[in-house]
Design a protein around this ligand. Structure first.
Ligand code: ADP
Ligand code: MG
Length: 649
């Protein structure tokens, strides 16, 4: 028998990331060791949830017995042990290997990769402290961990064992009923380093009441009946004589079903950690109970940090849907619009059908009503934060601003609210962000529109010659350097009756006085032949050459027509495409600039002067550099400049 077992015993290496993670865990980077129990209990709770969900759609899956999570300490075992036993979904052999031997969560794996590049030290410790290590946290308190599990619907069980070094073993095993049993061979008690006596009933009771009270399945402590000292003295003191007692430790009342005034901050935080796999504290907690035409309870969390995959295509929304306290959907997407996918939490309602599919839910009137209420609530919380505590809101904005910007194009119902939530950099202050409302309030009376300019970075935008006249007039310009800003301005037409206008597009006429206008028309007439000649020379890249109303210092600038893409967007779109179509630009000249005036004189004297054609090219290249665009032909440009320098000396 023993021989047969040995033959089946296979040894596996942990994935490199897991090995690294285990090292960090074992070297006690987490100060609060107690939370290993929360992690194991929450895994067991997830396993019950999963069993229920699978049983809904797969008739061959039948739950055996009432769901429970048993906590069984043994102080008398050779190495003191703590066993957790659930009758949840269990794992197949393959699932054990992939779930326990590798890290699937992109965030954790990525974090570990970035850790590798840094020397291990304080920073590393802090970084890892933000990530949940789930099952592996058991190695904080145990030298050896055994796991026996059998998947519902399968006949054989799997035994897994590891001491937390580089490898683990797997063998076939037997288990009565489906579910998972985890046995921790406990490290010696070491209170100085946070290792409490985890085989002791009061320690376990305390931790479970503190961290797991909201778990909806009964957590049953299976331990020796307490005997008071007197009685113990009289009766036979032998261990065998003692009775085993079972006691449910948690109140099982889900946290969201309780009155907000009765829930402690710490309970919310614990709950957040079990559902989010995020070990940092939640940034904002929203506990809402709807009691109107439709009854529901919602407990929502805004995380402190945006998960790394938030802007990946596959990013999952974080809301769990319960109906009458039974989980019906693990990660439900129709309760909040996609742009609010960073919100984690749970929604429970007795007014929804229990046996549901995604499709039928989508059309459910009650779901739509709950969704409306939740969106309103979340945006309301953010609006209040923006108005009441700008510093805090700016912190939020740094993490999730891009998601809110996404919403501007997606959620037309909430358009106005979302527009008010937007924050931008501007020419006014290099540090502080501004809202559109504040911008409008500051607008001088003669300013007609909200001006902005997009570009790859603040410094590139700042140096764009298009801004000169705006600066001179004291008109503030929003600097939009986030790639999604290009999309925001596509759907953000106006704000409080003021149109949004790009500084780099269309005709700009900031001087209002009549006499100036007359003067301009005269100038335009005089320049016409030169402008036409330049237009012809630059035909390939330029669709129009005209006099500028936006320059005060520079000789020339390149701009776009009202509905052209900005050069910044064009470059972003062209990334990866070989023959991306190029838009022709508009070149504007500053008639107040010496170079432009002299060029005109030269042209007037001799329209065939070769210098005119060369200057056309140089001015165009100059315009490209000024806005941060690449030159079309850097070699040619350099030759022209070299010749020019020669002539100048
Ligand atoms: P997480 O819970 O965040 O996924 P864990 O490290 O806590 O990460 O657990 C890893 C995986 O192991 C779980 O996702 C689950 O698939 C599996 N697992 C852990 N404990 C159990 C259990 N008691 N029953 C079934 N599967 C489990
Ligand atoms: Mg877990």
């Amino acid at each position: 028998m023993a021989v047969a077992e040995k033959e089946q015993l296979e040894t596996f290496e942990f994935q490199a990331e897991v090995q690294q993670l285990l090292k960090l865990v074992i070297n006690s980077l987490y100060t609060d060791k107690d939370i290993f129990l929360r992690e194991l209990v929450s895994n067991a709770s997830d396993a019950h949830d999963r069993l229920r969900l699978e049983a809904l759609t797969r008739p061959e899956i039948v739950a055996e017995g009432e769901p429970e999570i048993r906590v069984i300490p043994d102080e008398k075992a050779r190495t003191r042990t703590l066993t957790l036993r659930d009758n949840g979904i269990g794992m197949s052999r393959q699932e054990v290997i992939s779930n326990i031997g590798t890290i699937a969560k992109s965030g954790t794996a990525e974090m570990l990769r970035s850790l590798k590049e840094k020397p291990a030290g304080e920073g590393a410790a802090q970084l890892i402290g933000q990530f949940g290590v789930g099952f592996y946290s058991s190695f904080m308190v145990a030298d050896r961990v055994e796991l026996v599990t059998r998947r519902a619907g399968e006949a054989t069980a799997t035994h897994w064992e590891s001491t937390g070094d580089g490898s683990y073993t797997i063998s076939e095993a037997e288990r009565e009923g489906h579910g998972t049993t985890i046995t921790l061979h406990l490290k010696p008690v070491d209170r100085e380093n946070g290792i409490d006596d985890y085989a002791e009933r009061w320690t376990l009771t305390r931790i479970i009441k503190q961290h797991c009270d909201f778990i909806t399945y009964p957590i049953v402590l299976v331990a020796e009946k307490e005997v008071d000292a007197m009685e113990a003295g009289q009766d036979a003191p032998e261990a065998e004589a003692r009775e085993i007692e079972e006691k449910v430790l948690n109140s099982r009342l889900p946290i969201w079903a309780r009155s907000p005034s009765e829930v402690k901050e710490e309970e919310y935080r614990d709950y957040y950690k079990t559902i989010s796999h995020d070990w940092t504290e939640p940034f904002e907690i929203v506990h809402q109970r709807g009691e109107g035409t439709i009854e529901y309870q919602a407990l929502l969390f805004i995380p402190s940090k945006a998960p790394r995959d938030l802007f990946y295509v596959g990013a999952k929304p974080g809301l769990k849907l319960y109906v009458k306290r039974v989980l019906v959907m693990e990660s439900y997407e129709d309760l909040l619009p996609r742009y609010l996918r960073f919100v984690r939490g749970v929604v429970d309602s007795p007014d929804l059908p229990l046996n549901v599919s995604r499709e039928t839910l989508q059309d459910d009137r009650n779901i739509r009503k709950i969704r409306q209420a939740l969106v309103k609530k979340v945006l309301g919380v953010l609006t209040a934060m923006q108005e009441g505590n700008r510093e805090r809101y700016t912190e939020f904005w740094g993490q999730f601003g891009r998601a809110i910007k996404e919403g501007v194009g997606q959620d037309h119902e909430q358009r106005e609210t979302l527009n008010k939530l937007l924050m931008f950099e501007s020419s006014r202050d290099p540090e502080a962000l501004t809202t559109l409302g504040e911008y409008v309030e500051r607008m001088p009376e003669e300013q007609q529109a909200i001006y902005y300019l997009t570009g790859p970075s603040r410094s590139v935008i700042e140096n764009n010659p298009s801004l000169e006249m705006f600066r001179e007039k004291g008109f503030e310009v929003l600097y939009l350097s986030d790639p999604v800003d290009e999309l925001v301005v596509q759907s953000l037409w106006d704000f409080e009756g003021k149109k949004l206008k790009s500084v780099g597009k269309g005709v700009v006429d900031l001087g209002g006085e009549e006499e100036k206008k007359d003067e301009k028309t005269g100038e335009e007439e005089a320049y016409k032949p030169l402008l036409e000649a330049l237009e012809k020379k630059l035909e390939t890249w330029v669709k129009q050459v005209r006099l500028s109303g936006r320059l005060s210092k520079s000789p020339a600038v390149l701009v776009g027509a009202e509905h052209d893409y900005s050069p910044h967007l064009e470059r972003m779109l062209a990334t990866g495409i070989n023959d991306a179509p190029k838009q022709r630009r508009i070149m504007e000249l500053n008639p107040g600039h010496e170079v432009v005036r002299k060029l005109k004189a030269r042209f007037d004297a001799n329209p065939e002067d070769p210098a005119v054609a060369e200057y056309a090219e140089i001015l165009f290249g100059w315009g490209l550099i000024a806005e941060g665009s690449p030159l079309h032909d850097p070699v040619r440009f350099n030759q022209l400049v070299a010749e020019l320098m020669g002539r100048g000396l």
